[in-house]
Write a protein that binds this ligand. Structure first.
Ligand code: MG
Length: 166
């Protein structure tokens, strides 16, 4: 087994769409950054890369490269997942904590979990998602994500799935 941890933060900016976990959320501000600013997908990407000791998201997709300007963060996650699979691992489960003042994540929690699960190829009950407000942090214009991921050897994952079916 392998464990990985990822963190990311982006600042809210007016006039851009908000995407968290690849899901578009109605809000008056979006997340600034070189790509689409999706801090949850960035933290998941770094957790996956860290779990297999691969270079981090900034090294693989440097913000200095204009190619990644406005990029869909799903592209980063797919590359990380490929590296995980190439190393012989699959995702067992992930757990994420989001910290942001608004919008409220609760009403969108199921949609975000389902979408992240689909991207990772795991059932939705293997994606944990909690959201907190930045009490006492003075970071009301920032969205933060912390993610841990557990990987298991694909051969073991397949055997466990097979045992579950029989
Ligand atoms: Mg980022």
């Amino acid at each position: 087994m392998r464990i990985g941890y990822g963190f990311d933060s982006h600042e809210f900016r007016e006039g851009i769409p908000l995407k968290i976990g690849g899901v578009a959320l109605a809000h008056d501000k979006g997340l600034g950054g070189h790509s689409d600013g999706d801090m949850l997908l960035h933290a998941i990407t770094d957790a996956l890369l860290g779990a297999v000791a691969a270079p981090d998201i900034g090294a693989l997709f440097p913000p200095s490269d204009t190619k990644w300007k406005g990029a869909d963060s799903v592209v980063f996650l797919r590359e990380a997942l490929k590296r995980v699979r190439d190393a012989g691992y699959g995702v067992a489960n992930i757990d994420a904590s989001l910290i942001l003042a608004a919008p409220k994540i609760g009403p969108h929690s199921m949609a975000i979990r389902a979408h992240v699960a689909q991207l990772l190829g795991v059932p939705a009950d293997c994606v944990g998602l909690k959201a907190k407000t930045p009490e006492g942090l003075n970071l009301d214009n920032t969205a933060i994500a912390h993610v841990v991921v557990l990987l298991e050897k694909r051969i073991l994952k397949k055997a466990r799935k097979k045992a579950k079916r029989s």
